[in-house]
Design a protein around this ligand. Structure first.
Ligand code: SPV
Ligand code: MN
Length: 630
């Protein structure tokens, strides 16, 4: 049998072989050698951290036609196949060794069978292609957050995206010597037809938690293929739970208070609920928009952005609502557009961009013209609703100066939000960490929209917006969150936000920009700069504070009627939500901790007592005004 270095020497160019051998890590060598043998590429390219290597990957994406140049310099378009436009939850599975059971809610497959299946699919999958071996770091390099990673892929689009979205990790990998706790990703787009994965039935995303390996094949869509994104989130959640930190599906941002004060927030929202637009709020600074690691240090909570770029939903990005990102998307510089409409002269268009849609062009369905329908006769939109842009955070004028700080940022607050038409008020502070974790984070629900498949307005439970990525039971996840809070002498203050509250006529009660006011209010609240009203479900803003902030932030009048309509406590809906949560958690195979029930029972009692006194819908003016916690 050949040794790993012998195989690598045979497969790689002398320069590539040398680059691999400089990293004195036998476990990495074995991994790369095994999958090069199995996938059998025609050639192999090993990248280090040099700009020359990044430029090569970029040029390869164009040469291989996985991306095409657009009219503006540095802009390219990538298309995923029509059936490969989103994360494939059904075919994403954990490989479980005998005796391990993650419960029936989590998709899994017996390890030996799953490994055989995915390795059979990967066998010879890179024939005729070049394999790219890349090294990245999750979190800032050389920091307490860093997780080194190695990625093998035959997709130059995947590799190119990763060079934009993650911190380079070759030098960092060298510094870890023969350490074994790195993440490993193997991806092949599989057989291509017109440059898109042709065998989508063979699409698999399999996760080996014991080995920290993610296998991905017959897909190109970034959420399935970019090892460092959602695949790594799943591995990191498990590692974090074992080591006592948190790996979260969260934005990270600085909110600017009076004077020079900056208070950092993280925020969890299910996909397409305003996460990126919150992180990009005018007047504030962005650290990251998708994944954050949270760690305790000296009794404080510090957070770091895992990524270095944004893979953002482009739908509804317009010049008016999103000036910062609009500027990046319309000026020279590196941008990968995916699944938008491209005109024949290389100009991208997308849904809700505020422009007149062109008559024709090319989109994820091939050539497209207005009125084009699919096999079922349904109209094909000009761009896919999950079309995206990939850009480096360094391109943004509102990037926070501490974005790459190896210490992370000290977290003052955590937001939890979802699409909720009738229950939560627009912004509310939890009484304390446990109350916030249990009644807010662990109780996130989001309503389906016309843009998602299936019925409209159906509430989907999504704990901490991390449900899709949890390799543990809901109860174990909640327990670890509570234990994490216990180690903090000054835990971040938890808030719920709701941008999607509707009135009796079905109209949204808040404008797109109102979240800017909620952020300022939360920042002041954390710093004990205002009084709050104690409601049965948390602390809510006083009218005079919001009236002042609406004027200061948005130069808008904020009426007392609007305030009452938005901030009235909706007792029946709040009670119904508690019942839904108890049912979900009671159905879990692992029961939640006792405190979980106690916190919900207390909330229920407060709501019932308030109802007895004030009725079903309680104006904030009838509630007690207090200073709130200090
Ligand atoms: C999300 O859907 O939460 C995303 C995009 O951030 S994906 O990469 O598909 O996960
Ligand atoms: Mn996400």
């Amino acid at each position: 049998m050949k040794s790993a270095p012998e195989i690598l020497k045979e497969k790689c160019t002398p320069a590539g072989f040398e680059r691999l051998m400089i990293l004195a890590n036998p476990k990495m060598h074995e991994f790369v050698a095994h999958y090069l043998e199995l996938c059998n590429p025609d050639s192999v390219y090993v990248a280090d951290d040099s700009e020359k290597n990044t430029a090569y990957i970029r040029s390869l994406a164009l040469k291989a036609d996985e991306e095409r140049e657009l009219a503006i310099e540095g802009h390219t378009i990538h298309f995923d196949g029509p059936g490969d436009q989103a994360r494939d939850k059904a075919r994403t599975k954990y490989l479980l060794p005998p005796g391990v059971d993650l419960g029936s809610r989590i998709n899994s497959i017996e390890k030996a069978a799953g490994l055989k299946e995915v390795e059979d699919l990967l066998r010879d999958s890179m024939r005729g292609k070049e394999a790219l071996i890349l090294f990245f770091c999750l979190g800032p390099t050389f920091s307490g957050f860093s997780i080194p990673c190695v990625q093998i892929t035959d997709s130059s689009y995947v590799a190119h995206s990763e060079t934009i979205l993650y911190r380079k990790g070759y030098d960092y990998f060298q510094s870890i010597g023969d350490a074994v706790d790195f993440f490993r990703f193997i991806h092949s787009a599989g057989r291509l037809e017109d440059n898109v994965s042709a065998d989508v039935d063979g699409r698999r995303i399999y996760i080996d938690l014991e080995e920290d390996i993610v296998f991905s094949t017959n897909t190109q869509y970034a959420g399935n293929t970019i090892g460092l994104k959602k695949p790594a989130l799943r591995l990191a959640i498990r590692r974090a739970l074992r080591q006592g930190w948190l790996s979260e599906h969260m934005l990270l941002m600085g909110v600017h208070g009076p004077g020079e004060r900056v208070t950092y927030f993280s925020g969890a929202f299910p996909s397409a609920c305003g996460k990126t637009s919150t992180a990009m709020c005018a007047g504030e600074t962005i650290v990251g928009d998708d994944i954050a690691y949270l760690r305790e240090r000296g009794g404080r909570c510090f957070a770091a952005n895992v990524e270095a770029g944004i893979f953002g939903i482009i739908r509804d990005v317009s010049r008016k609502d999103d000036p910062v990102i609009w500027d990046v998307l319309t000026t020279p510089g590196e941008v990968i557009f995916s699944n938008v409409l491209i005109t024949d002269d290389g100009v991208p268009y997308w849904l809700g961009d505020g422009r007149e849609t062109p008559e024709r062009g090319t989109n994820f369905s091939g050539r497209w013209q207005k009125g084009k329908t699919d096999e079922e006769g349904k109209p094909i939109p000009c761009a896919h609703k999950n079309a995206r842009y990939t850009v480096s955070l360094s391109r943004l004028s509102n990037r926070d100066p501490l974005g790459d700080d190896p210490n992370g940022v000290e977290l003052g607050g955590i937001l939890y939000g979802g699409r909720d038409s009738d229950t939560w008020v627009p912004v509310e502070r939890a009484f304390d960490w446990n109350h916030g974790v249990i009644t807010k984070g662990a109780a996130i629900e989001s309503e389906t929209t016309a843009a998602t498949l299936g019925e409209e307005g159906v509430r989907k439970f999504n704990i901490m917006s991390n449900l899709d990525f949890l390799p543990v039971s809901l109860s174990d996840y909640v327990k670890k969150y509570l234990a994490f809070g216990e180690r903090l002498s000054k835990p971040p203050v938890i808030f719920s936000v709701n941008y999607f509250l509707r009135g009796g006529d079905g109209e949204y009660l808040n404008g797109h920009e109102d979240k800017r006011v909620w952020l300022k209010w939360m920042e002041l609240s954390i710093n004990n700069d205002l009084e709050m009203i104690q409601s049965p479900t948390g602390y809510i803003p006083r009218y005079p504070d919001l009236k002042r902030l609406f004027r200061e932030v948005l130069d808008k009048d904020y009426s007392e009627e609007d305030y009452i309509e938005q901030f009235k406590i909706r007792v029946p809906e709040c009670l119904a939500k508690i019942e839904r949560m108890l049912k979900i958690y009671n159905d879990e195979e692992v029961p939640p901790p006792e405190i979980f029930y106690r916190v919900f029972e207390e909330q229920k009692r407060r709501l019932e007592e308030a109802r007895a006194e004030h009725g079903d819908y309680i104006s904030p003016f009838s509630l007690f005004v207090g200073v709130g916690p200090t």
